[in-house]
Design a protein around this ligand. Structure first.
Ligand code: FAD
Length: 387
C-alpha cells in the first residue's frame, strides 16, 4: 500500500474505508456483472448506500449528511473504483459528485428539503444535465431553452449522454434563459424527472455499462419558479465552479483504477507461466510494471495534494484540471498495458481487464476532454486567466 495513505488519511478515514470495502464486497461485487448486463444500477442500491451514510459524507448534518472532510469522500471514490465496474462508480458518482453539489451550493431551503436531503438518504436519484447533442465541450453553445411562464418556466430541447438520465428522479439542468446572451444567458434549474413532457432513451455504450446513460428530450416541461438554482443567468458561473470537484473526483477515481489494474496484473503474472517461468520474471514486463507504478505514485501524490487544497478551500481549478488530464491519460495507458500482461485472457470478459480498459477510455473524454483540460491550463498558465 502506498505510503501516501498514512500521510493523508487518519485512523478514522481508514475505518470508513474498511466499512465501505466490506459493504461493496458483500452488496456490489457479486452483482456487478448482472448490472453491466442490465445497463443500470438498481434503485435499492442507492437506498442501501444512503442508509449506510455513504451518499452524504461531506454534506452538512442538517441535510442528512455527516459533515465530514473531503478525505472521506476520497475514500469512497477510491473504493468505488475498485469494484471492477466503472458504470457502478459513475452512477453513484454522478448522483453524489455532480447533482448534489449544485443543490447544496445554489439550492434554496425549499430545494434542499425537497431534493437534497432525500437524495443523501438514497430515496431520490439525481443527474446533472449539461451536455447536448450539439454542445458538449462548448457549454455556452447549449440550446435547451427555459421560457418564463405563469409561476415558472417551460423547458424545450434535449440533453445527451446524461449519467443516471433514464432512472433519475430529478435533473440539475443547464438551460438558456437568455438565448442571445451566450454564457451570460445560462441558468440552472432542478427539474422533477417525472414531469410530463420528458422522453428518456437509454444509450448503448462501449464502457460504463452498468450506468444508465440517457438521451433526454423536453417538450414544454413545466419547472416551478422556486426550482431555480441560485440567480437567473448565473448558471455558467455555477457550472464552472462545480467542474473543479468533478475533475478532481475523476482524477481520484482514475488513479484508483490504475492501482486496481496493477494489483490484478501482479496476481495474474505470479500465476501464469511461459517458457517454464512465471511471466513476472521477464524483465520486459517487470520494467513496464516499474514504470507504471512510478507514474501512478506521482499522479496520486499530485492528486492528493490538490485534494488537500480543495479540502482547505484553496482555489484549485488549474491544479484539478492538471490532475484530471494526467490521471485519466494514465488510466487509459495503464489499463491498456495491463490488458497486454494478460495475453489472450485480457481480451476475455471473464477476466477483469477487458472491462477496466473500456471503462478507462471515457476518462479523457467525459467531464471535460483532455483537449479542453489543456485549453483551460494553457489559458491559466499563458494568459493568466481565472475561472
Ligand atoms: C458515458 C458518458 C457519460 C456522460 N455523463 C454526462 C453527464 O452525466 N452529464 C453531462 O452533462 N454530460 C455527460 N457526458 C458528456 C461529456 O461530458 C461530453 O461527451 C464531453 O464533454 C465532450 O463533449 P462532446 O461529446 O460533445 O464532444 P465535442 O465537444 O463535440 O468534442 C469532440 C472532439 O473535439 C475536441 N474539441 C472540442 N473543442 C475543442 C477545442 N476548443 N480545442 C481542441 N479540441 C476540442 C474534443 O476534445 C473532442 O476530442 C457524458 C458522456 C459520456 C460518453
Amino acid at each position: 500500500m502506498s505510503q501516501l495513505n498514512s500521510t493523508y488519511f487518519t485512523a478514522e478515514h481508514q475505518t470508513l474505508r474498511a466499512s465501505i470495502r466490506q459493504f461493496l464486497e458483500k452488496e456490489v461485487m457479486p452483482n456487478v456483472d448482472a448490472w453491466e448486463e442490465a445497463g443500470e444500477v438498481p434503485r435499492y442500491m442507492y437506498q442501501k448506500m444512503g442508509e449506510m451514510g455513504f451518499l452524504g459524507l461531506s454534506i452538512p448534518e442538517q441535510w442528512g449528511g455527516s459533515g465530514l472532510d473531503f478525505f472521506y469522500e476520497m475514500v469512497l471514490l477510491e473504493e468505488l473504483s475498485k469494484v471492477n465496474s466503472g458504470g457502478f462508480g459513475a452512477a453513484i458518482g454522478a448522483h453524489v459528485y455532480l447533482s448534489l453539489p449544485h443543490l447544496l451550493k445554489e439550492g434554496n431551503d425549499f430545494l434542499k428539503t425537497k431534493y437534497l436531503k432525500p437524495a443523501v438518504e438514497g430515496k431520490l436519484i439525481g443527474a446533472l444535465g449539461i451536455t447536448e447533442p450539439h454542445a458538449g465541450s462548448d457549454v455556452a453553445g447549449l440550446l435547451t431553452t427555459a421560457t418564463l411562464t405563469d409561476g415558472g418556466f417551460l423547458v424545450n430541447g434535449s440533453k445527451m449522454f446524461i449519467t443516471n438520465g433514464v432512472n433519475c428522479d430529478y435533473y440539475v439542468l443547464a438551460v438558456k434563459t437568455e438565448p442571445s446572451a451566450g454564457a451570460a444567458g445560462i441558468s440552472m434549474l432542478v427539474m422533477d424527472g417525472h414531469s410530463p413532457g420528458i422522453t428518456r432513451t437509454k444509450l448503448k455504450k462501449l464502457g460504463w455499462r452498468a450506468s444508465d446513460t440517457g438521451d433526454i428530450a423536453f417538450d414544454n416541461v413545466f419547472v416551478p419558479q422556486e426550482n431555480l438554482l441560485g440567480e437567473l443567468n448565473q448558471g455558467f458561473l455555477y457550472i464552472m465552479q462545480r467542474f473543479e470537484l468533478e475533475r478532481l473526483s475523476l482524477a481520484i477515481s482514475s488513479n484508483a483504477l490504475c492501482e486496481d489494474a496493477i494489483q490484478k496484473s501482479l496476481e495474474y503474472m505470479n500465476e501464469r507461466e511461459a517458457f517454464g517461468r512465471k511471466i513476472n520474471r521477464f524483465q520486459e514486463l517487470r520494467h513496464r510494471i516499474a514504470k507504471l507504478s512510478s507514474e501512478i505514485e506521482m499522479s496520486k501524490a499530485f492528486t492528493y495534494h490538490v485534494s488537500r487544497m480543495y479540502n482547505d478551500g484553496i482555489y484549485a481549478v488549474k491544479e484539478a484540471s492538471m490532475a484530471k488530464l494526467l490521471a485519466t491519460q494514465l488510466a487509459d495507458k495503464c489499463t491498456y498495458q495491463c490488458t497486454q500482461f494478460f495475453g489472450g485472457y485480457g481480451f476475455m470478459e471473464e477476466y477483469p481487464l477487458a472491462r477496466m480498459w473500456r471503462d478507462a477510455r471515457l476518462g479523457t473524454i467525459g467531464g471535460g476532454s483532455s483537449e479542453i483540460m489543456c485549453e483551460i491550463i494553457a489559458k491559466m498558465v499563458l494568459d493568466g486567466a481565472k475561472y
